[in-house]
Design a protein around this ligand. Structure first.
Ligand SMILES: Cc1cc2nc3c(=O)[nH]c(=O)nc-3n(C[C@H](O)[C@H](O)[C@H](O)COP(=O)(O)OP(=O)(O)OC[C@H]3O[C@@H](n4cnc5c(N)ncnc54)[C@H](O)[C@@H]3O)c2cc1C
Ligand SMILES: *[C@@H]1O[C@H](CO)[C@@H](O)[C@H](O)[C@H]1NC(C)=O
Ligand SMILES: *[C@@H]1O[C@H](CO)[C@@H](O)[C@H](O)[C@H]1NC(C)=O
Ligand SMILES: *[C@@H]1O[C@H](CO)[C@@H](O)[C@H](O)[C@H]1NC(C)=O
Ligand SMILES: *[C@@H]1O[C@H](CO)[C@@H](O)[C@H](O)[C@H]1NC(C)=O
Ligand SMILES: *[C@@H]1O[C@H](CO)[C@@H](O)[C@H](O)[C@H]1NC(C)=O
Ligand SMILES: *[C@@H]1O[C@H](CO)[C@@H](O)[C@H](O)[C@H]1NC(C)=O
Length: 556
């Protein structure tokens, strides 16, 4: 994600901001509920972007409306952030490296505003890249670089682009702006808040984009195949680990909203940590919710266990709430729900992504990438695509001859090395590889010109080698992680409900529409706003917490 998501869309954002009424909440009358001496009790399962922003927004809205609120966030992991988290290179807190979501863009207003309001430091996403090579991005098809770019984040007005692709970049940019404009209507009245994402998507006219695969969508919009395959597909691969014949048109265009890419200094998880703290919710880390029981008396019982002790009856805990928000993909949550939900989210395939972080004194090998000359420098970020003739590939894991989705140079670090019995400073590079399979030691040795003989052991053939098999002198630090980072974004026209049953809310349906930190945060805010509306409507009717009677404004 070093390359994606639109300061060229800023004009549009600015135009929109002037149209947005100060706040939808400000128009709501502060209400004194019949039960104003009793707090609304809300359980949020998951402390990622969705859960933390649900809490942040609910706190704001409830305070504005004068509704007392008691929130608990359950998080099975030991940290806040979910798929947005860092690991420290060399276990040194001076070198935090993004292991999950690394980038957001200017048009991501929720994250941009929260970073500002929480006082976090925002940096250009590639500020630490060494910039030793003339070319910052190369697009590799397994045999050659089909295109290289000098500047990673502003690449629309590059002459070279127009030489090779004609007007396709311009058409793509216009289409992208149009799509972003439609998407941003989801942030505003009268669409926001929306109970049905399917209906909201139809209202903002985005279903034509979600209903067709990217290659077809681009073709229909007059965007040439060469540009689609070489540039847009390189972007869908680095961002979503899938090719254009798989990923739908909307998410393909999200990949092209690239300018103004930033990240939070020290880790994007701090946005979610800041939002959770500002919400004054009680945060229960290392605590896994195992069951939700929906009671006849209008409450929900949450059963939880310490994450390390899931099967023990003694360690189980129960608590009663008025509402619960499931803020992560239900299919991976392990939660049993009784009685069964009215709307059970479909299980959908997710991508399997290997993230390999490591440091080495070596640069990316020019020879491996077919560059010759002693002073040849390989681009610092290598994106990949399918070669000509191998298009379109509809195999979701169809990485093709390149073998990996991307390799990026993140930063340099200074280590000490021994030379002639003396400690000398040595410059190392920190890299990130995204691939559908675990990279073998041999592959890494080849790509980084590391000497390595994997036929040296005759007794045990080293079939399953990995980065850890390379000498410590060559690989000074590494961290491997397998994620289910995002769904396989097959075309679709309906999306999961936000209210799965009375009092049981869900944020993760938005992942099949657009899968980003911003959209999860948007859905968290959306669910918070819907919940507040339901309280206000029911209190007008004299009912305490009857979400079933709640009629959303957007229902057709
Ligand atoms: C490698 C990678 C790169 C990415 N790059 C980008 C990028 O550059 N930009 C971008 O915007 N997005 C990116 N994404 C996607 C982004 O990370 C996600 O879309 C977003 O973080 C999802 O947030 P969420 O809150 O919906 O879900 P999650 O972050 O998954 O949060 C759900 C939380 O719920 C918890 N949980 C689940 N079940 C239970 C339970 N039973 N009890 C208690 N807790 C539970 C989980 O532990 C988790 O913390 C990337 C993702 C990955 C993995
Ligand atoms: C919130 O609820 C918890 C659990 O019932 C309780 O211990 C806590 O005191 C409550 N907090 C507030 C501020 O009411
Ligand atoms: C959660 O668990 C981790 C490791 O198991 C531990 O280091 C950490 O202190 C725990 N955090 C809390 C808040 O219990
Ligand atoms: C972000 O902040 C700007 C400026 O304060 C404001 O106009 C805009 O409505 C905010 N956007 C969101 C999504 O909160
Ligand atoms: C690799 O090791 C094997 C077995 O020790 C040896 O026969 C072979 O020559 C070595 N190859 C290289 C390139 O060093
Ligand atoms: C190689 O790895 C695969 C998957 O992890 C495993 O099933 C297999 O047994 C391993 N083979 C060897 C020889 O270790
Ligand atoms: C309150 O809720 C009950 C069901 O829980 C319903 O039968 C009743 O009609 C509601 N009252 C009002 C005034 O809406």
């Amino acid at each position: 994600m070093y390359f994606t998501r639109c300061s060229s869309c800023l004009w549009l954002l600015n135009a929109l901001i002037t149209l947005i009424p100060s706040s939808y909440a400000a128009q709501q009358q502060p209400l004194h509920l019949a039960t104003n001496d009793v707090s609304k009790r809300v359980a949020i399962i998951g402390a990622g972007a969705g859960g933390s922003f649900a809490a942040y927004e609910l706190r704001k809205l409830a305070d504005e409306a004068g509704i007392p609120l008691n929130m608990t966030i359950y998080e099975r992991a030991s940290y806040i952030g979910g798929r947005s988290t860092t690991v420290d290179a060399f276990d040194d807190p001076a070198y935090p490296i993004e292991l999950g979501a690394s980038i957001f863009v200017q048009v991501n207003e929720i994250l941009v505003n929260a970073s500002r309001d929480l006082g976090l430091g925002v940096r250009s996403a590639d500020h630490a890249r060494p910039k030793e090579a003339e070319e910052s991005i190369g697009i590799w098809d397994g045999t050659q670089f089909v295109f290289t770019l000098k500047n990673s984040y502003s690449w629309w007005n590059i002459g070279r682009l127009f030489w090779r692709y004609g007007l396709a970049p311009l058409y793509t940019q216009n289409l992208m702006k149009n799509i972003v404009g439609r998407f941003l209507r989801l942030y505003e009245e009268p669409i926001f808040p929306f109970q049905s994402l399917s209906e909201a998507a139809a209202e903002v006219d985005l279903l034509d984009a979600t209903s067709t695969p990217g290659n077809q969508f681009l073709d229909t919009n007059g965007i040439g195949q060469l540009f689609a395959r070489e540039i847009i597909q390189a972007s869908t691969r680095v961002n979503y680990g899938q090719n254009l014949a798989v990923i739908h048109g909307l998410e393909s265009m999200v990949c092209m909203a690239t300018d103004g890419a930033v990240s939070i200094d020290g880790g994007n998880w701090q946005i979610f940590d800041g939002a959770a703290k500002a919400s004054k919710a009680g945060v229960r880390l290392n605590t896994t919710v195992t069951a939700i029981e929906r009671k006849d008396d209008g409450t929900v019982r949450i059963i939880s266990h310490p994450t390390g002790d899931l099967d023990s009856v003694q360690s189980s805990e129960e608590a009663e709430y008025d509402e619960v928000i499931i803020a992560g993909p239900l299919q991976y949550s392990g939660i049993s729900i009784s009685p069964p939900l009215d709307h059970i989210p479909d299980e959908i395939p997710y991508i399997k992504l290997h993230v390999t972080l490591f440091s080495t004194p070596h640069r990316i090998s020019p020879a491996y990438f077919g560059l010759d000359g002693k002073n040849a420098r390989t681009p610092e970020a290598i994106l990949t695509t399918h070669p000509e003739g191998d298009w379109p590939s509809d195999d979701p894991s169809g990485v093709g001859p390149a073998g990996f989705w991307s390799i990026s140079t993140l930063r340099t670090v200074t280590r000490t090395a021994m030379k002639d019995g003396e400690e000398v400073p040595e410059q190392h590079y920190v890299y990130k590889i995204f691939s559908p399979e675990r990279p073998s030691a041999k592959m890494i040795a080849q790509v980084f010109d590391i000497e390595y003989n994997d036929t040296s052991s005759v007794v045990i053939p080293r079939t399953n080698t990995s980065i850890g098999d390379l000498p410590k002198s060559e690989i000074s630090w590494f961290h491997e992680k397998v994620w289910n980072p995002y769904p396989v974004l097959y075309p679709r026209v309906t999306f999961e409900e936000t209210l799965l049953a009375p009092r049981v809310w869900y944020t993760s349906g938005i992942e099949s529409f657009i899968s980003t930190m911003e959209t999860s945060a948007l859905m968290g805010r959306n669910v918070a706003a819907l919940m507040l509306q339901s309280w206000q409507q029911n209190s007008k009717q004299g009912n305490r917490s009857n979400a079933a009677s709640f009629k959303p404004r957007t229902e057709l």
